[in-house]
Design a protein around this ligand. Structure first.
Ligand SMILES: CC(C)(COP(=O)(O)OP(=O)(O)OC[C@H]1O[C@@H](n2cnc3c(N)ncnc32)[C@H](O)[C@@H]1OP(=O)(O)O)[C@@H](O)C(=O)NCCC(=O)NCCS
Length: 165
């Protein structure tokens, strides 16, 4: 298993993987719209012998904390091909993604995702719940600080890239 930056040649398989894993077109359409808007910050694929079996994507967020802009990114979408789930591929993708975002000196990652999955990587709802947006009342809305204290559960605002609208 190899986690690599997504290349143009991977895109058709990435779109098909998202359709399969999410059982619909919403996420594949989101990826196309993010690409159209030049809003893909980073995208990684899990490759098994050249076959795309997992995918994770990061896009820019407009996030303020206590009235000040911080450099946060959104993690979405991410998925693993159904036949290969629960084998650790999702974990590898999230760990790789976190390290990449940390290396790029971003301050925080925001995710709207499974409450039984993301907390194991350090994502916490209490860090994000005071960031005003359509989702912040949900436990599934979680933040991870890449710079200590960047979120801190403080009040703020969070706006996703236009493609999410
Ligand atoms: C969520 C997903 C990415 C996890 O990938 P994976 O390769 O199966 O994950 P791993 O094998 O590394 O880890 C498996 C763990 O994730 C948990 N998990 C997987 N799917 C889950 C779900 N739908 N809800 C909650 N937890 C889930 C498993 O319970 C397992 O927990 P355990 O280690 O305590 O047994 C994958 O199941 C998937 O693609 N699901 C469909 C699309 C999706 O929901 N994407 C996430 C959107 S936020």
């Amino acid at each position: 298993m190899n986690i690599s930056p997504e290349l143009p040649v991977h895109r058709p398989a990435v779109l098909e993987l998202n359709r399969l894993a999410f059982k619909g077109d919403e996420e594949s359409r989101l990826i196309k719209n993010l690409a159209r808007d030049n809003s893909i910050l980073a995208s990684f694929v899990a490759l098994d012998g050249g076959e795309v079996v997992g995918h994770i994507l990061f896009s820019p967020l407009h996030l303020t904390v206590n009235g000040k802009r911080i450099d946060a990114v959104a993690l979405a979408p991410m998925c693993v091909v159904p036949s290969r789930q629960k084998q650790g591929i999702g974990t590898l993708l999230v760990e790789h993604g976190i390290e990449a975002m940390k290396s790029a000196a971003h301050d925080a990652i925001i995710v709207l995702g499974h409450v039984d999955f993301y907390p194991r990587f350090g994502f916490r709802h209490d860090l994000a719940r005071n960031l005003a947006c359509a989702f912040n009342q949900y436990e599934a809305f979680m933040g991870l600080e890449l710079r200590a204290g960047s979120l801190g559960g403080k009040p703020g605002t969070c706006t996703y890239a236009r493609a999410f609208a």
